[in-house]
Ligand binder design. Structure first.
Ligand code: HSE
Length: 309
């Protein structure tokens, strides 16, 4: 094989209660990337469409991950990379993670698959470090494994894949405001009361149990974040208005996607998701802030191979 084209999904990290340890992949939003073997032995970015991202191979997440993999697994060819961003960086929908995870999976294919999904996750985490300074796994693991994932442990890394109830749908709104992950992490409390910790970890357990049993009532009741959301929501204009509109329209719940500014809602079934989409749109349309919206099933497959040559 000389060339591979992949689709790498957007991801929603944290999923309200699971700060830095839960995430899921989005079916209908993501990046398309092509990786081609060359005789030059160099790694090169040859094209970036849809976003203003660096061509410098050490700064671009996709090439940085590729270089890291080739350090571990040297080969006698180079790799050229073309990137088509399907959504904007800085949205809170795991844009750097999509590039990092896509690169890890695609390069592994070009190398004849020497690495396991867990190893690919670690390479992709290096991409997160290049992008934002922290080796966070929640977005990249969701993009690689698909569906819902739990980062059960960082040292050594342990990822648990969690089933996705069939009718679960995502609606998300991306208000066009800037929230840097670093800034969104700087506002977090350093210590939390034990009673809050108990509430939060009970909700993580509840959410996972609800996902396993496809019990939408438990899912709805567990999608609560009493620690991170209160500290971050002021960074997202009209957050409460959107969240309330989504819940009033029948969403299971709504919260901040990753570090924001995207607000996500989970819904049961298409009809419900359509109503929630309209309610969120309505709640934002007179706010003088541009926004984009997405409505999608949950991606259960992770990075998809579109073409091999
Ligand atoms: N879990 C991370 C955060 C996701 O909320 O800061 C952003 O990469």
């Amino acid at each position: 094989m000389n060339q591979i084209k992949i689709f790498s999904p957007a991801t929603v990290a944290n999923v309200s209660c699971g700060f830095d340890c839960l995430g899921f992949a989005v079916n209908d939003l993501g990046d398309t990337m092509t990786f081609r073997k060359t005789s030059s032995k160099e790694v090169k970015i040859i094209d970036i469409k849809g976003a203003n991202l660096p061509y410098d191979v050490d700064k671009n997440v996709a090439s940085a991950v590729t270089l890291k993999m080739l350090e571990k697994y040297p080969v006698d060819f180079g790799i050229e990379i073309s990137i088509e961003k399907g959504y904007s960086p800085g949205s809170g929908l795991g844009s750097s993670a999509a590039s990092a995870a896509g690169a890890a999976v695609a390069v592994n294919e070009l190398l004849d698959k020497p690495f396991t999904p867990l190893e690919l996750t670690k390479f992709a985490m290096y991409g997160e470090k290049v992008a934002c300074g922290s080796e966070i796994a929640d977005n990249v693991a969701a993009a690689i494994y698909g569906g819902f994932i739990l980062v059960q442990q960082y040292e050594p890394l342990s990822i648990v894949k969690i089933p996705v109830p069939k009718e679960l749908m995502l609606v998300a709104i991306h208000p066009q405001v800037k929230v840097r992950t670093k800034d969104a992490r700087d506002v977090l409390p350093e210590n939390i009361p034990l009673t809050d910790a108990v509430t939060q970890w009970a909700n993580v357990g509840g959410l996972i149990s609800g996902l396993y049993s496809a019990n939408y009532d438990i899912i709805a009741n567990s999608l609560k974040d009493i620690i991170v959301e209160p500290a971050r929501k002021h960074l997202i204009p009209h957050f409460d208005k959107v969240k309330n509109a989504a819940i009033e329209a029948g969403a299971l719940s709504a919260g901040i996607s990753g570090s924001g500014p995207t607000i996500f809602a989970l819904c049961k079934g298409e009809e419900n998701a359509k109503n929630v989409f309209r309610a969120i749109e309505e709640s934002y349309k007179d706010k003088n802030i541009d926004f984009t919206m997405v409505y999608s099933k949950i991606n259960t497959q992770g990075v998809k191979i579109l073409e091999k040559k």
